[in-house]
Design a protein around this ligand. Structure first.
Ligand code: ADQ
Length: 454
């Protein structure tokens, strides 16, 4: 079997051990097992065209971005156009016609680097919205290897997708992949709807999609976590006097943090007996600070937490503990475990790994309760959580009231059902399954008989 070449915007080097985020954990685990190459952005901005290469259990190969690629391609097209549009926030998208060229540019230089290094038996797996064009760019450079794509964020409804000036180009580019993976069944049906409208795509009886004669497969492949990394170690430590409701998110407008703060304030307003005995701890990791709307949300949150703390707090009790910082990964498990409620309420989310991490961290004999947005991809399989409408502060407040008073037997039963989902598969299984399906899709595309996989 050949090597796996993974491509994603940020790359871990073989020496890095402190992984942050599901994509990094899943890919490093797969790459360590198969050996292979991880390619993407170095995290640096310069005009240097030389690649940085580090060898170890796998090889990392990274490329610097030019200032124009960073401003127009990464901050611009990726994070100010594709990110908001795919999360159905057209109001926050910046449709600047100069962005797309810079987006094409970095992806094309990466395609050059991959085309120079790829060997005949290699499999290429491209990740996320930064590189929608990469499959097509590789094919244009004569790369005939199996190439798969996985979208970690939601696929938008067709009306939002068609708002992208480049929708036809993006849709056609997807057809250059052998397999396109999405997080949920609704993402798969949105993808079919988008591609029908944008490129006249046809859904074939085999379930494959055809665009102008190019055929590819679509699959639902929800990202998983390694639940054993979060398995409780040591006794359960929770305060006897104050119960903690916990949120852990990147500070992103898609994560619904203002609504979450207001939902908690509504709980205190409507049910005064929770005052003094309950706190909301929100750990919000800084992200994309140089995109304007991210600075706006930061200010908004500081304003809401200040107002709620001013209205309800006193010298002994501060209702909202808002921390704008990342927590070291090794400390997350204990933090999740100490919380009576995990409050994860994104307005839209591809999956949401924090929800899975919260469940995996609980003590099965006295677990906390997960309150989860019904608009997170994770909600598709996690019906045993208390599902809420994250836009509705009353819905959040009522779910919190139920969670904070839930009898032990109900908490145990819900946790057992959630663990059956979270513990069933690990990140290595996720990656290996995708690569197997990709091999099969590529064989079908090239007219070879498919080897069936279990
Ligand atoms: P994100 O939106 O970054 O990624 P999410 O699923 O929320 O992903 O996971 C974030 C990861 O970062 C989790 O592992 C969490 O523990 C960690 N994290 C978040 N805030 C933190 C903090 N303050 N301190 C420390 N760690 C923190 C995208 C999509 C998601 C999808 C993932 C994986 O947007 O929908 O679930 O990819 O496919």
């Amino acid at each position: 079997m050949g090597r796996l070449i993974c491509v994603s915007n940020r790359v871990m080097t073989p020496q890095q051990t402190n992984t942050s985020g599901g994509l990094a954990v899943a890919l490093s685990s797969a790459l360590k097992q198969c050996g292979g190459v991880w390619m993407g952005w170095s995290g640096r901005i310069s005009d240097e065209t030389q690649l940085s290469v580090e060898d170890g259990a796998f090889t990392s190969v990274t490329l610097d971005m030019t200032q124009a690629e960073y401003d127009g391609g990464y901050l611009g097209y990726s994070n100010s156009v594709l990110w908001p549009v795919f999360h159905n926030r057209l109001d926050l998208a910046r449709f600047d016609p100069t962005f797309f060229e810079a987006y094409v540019s970095f992806s094309a230089r990466l395609a050059d680097a991959i085309a120079q290094r790829v060997q005949p038996n290699d499999t290429i797996w491209v990740h996320d919205y930064h590189f929608v064009l990469l499959g097509q760019q590789l094919r244009a450079r004569g790369v005939a290897n199996p190439i798969g794509f996985f979208l970690h964020i939601p696929m938008p409804p067709p009306e939002a997708f068609l708002a992208l000036p480049e929708y036809r180009t993006l849709g056609a580019a997807l057809a250059a992949f052998d397999l396109v993976g999405l997080q949920t069944t609704s993402d798969v049906s949105n993808a079919i709807g988008c591609l029908r409208r944008s490129n006249g795509a046809q859904l074939l009886p085999s379930g494959r999609v055809s665009i102008d004669g190019a055929r590819f497969a679509l699959t639902r492949a929800p990202v998983t976590i390694d639940a054993t990394d979060f398995a409780p170690a040591g006794p359960l430590v929770r305060s006897a006097t104050v119960r903690r409701v916990l949120g852990v998110d990147r500070l992103d407008y898609t994560k619904g943090l203002p609504q979450k703060f207001r939902g908690f304030a509504r709980l205190l307003e409507r049910y005064p007996h929770f005052r003094k005995t309950t706190v909301l701890a929100q750990i919000a990791a800084p992200t994309r600070d140089s995109v304007e709307v991210y600075a706006d949300i930061r200010q908004e949150l500081e304003g809401i937490s200040g107002a709620v703390n001013g209205a309800y707090g006193d010298v002994e009790w501060v209702p909202i503990h808002y921390v704008h910082r990342a927590v070291p990964r090794r400390k997350l498990g204990a933090l999740y475990r100490s919380a009576a409620v995990g409050l994860i309420t994104p307005l839209r989310d591809g999956m949401n790994l924090t929800a899975k991490e919260y469940v995996a961290s609980q003590d099965a004999s006295d677990p906390g309760v997960l309150v989860l947005s019904s608009f997170a991809g994770a909600a598709e399989d996690m019906e045993a959580a208390l599902l809420v409408n994250p836009y509705c502060v009353d819905s959040i407040a009522e779910a919190l009231a139920v969670a904070l008073t839930m009898p032990l037997a109900d908490r145990v039963a819900r946790h057992r059902a959630l663990m059956a989902v979270v513990g069933a598969r690990d990140s290595q299984m996720w990656a290996c399954d995708f690569v197997r399906q990709l091999g099969r899709a590529a064989r079908i595309n090239r007219g070879a008989p498919a080897v069936s996989v279990a």
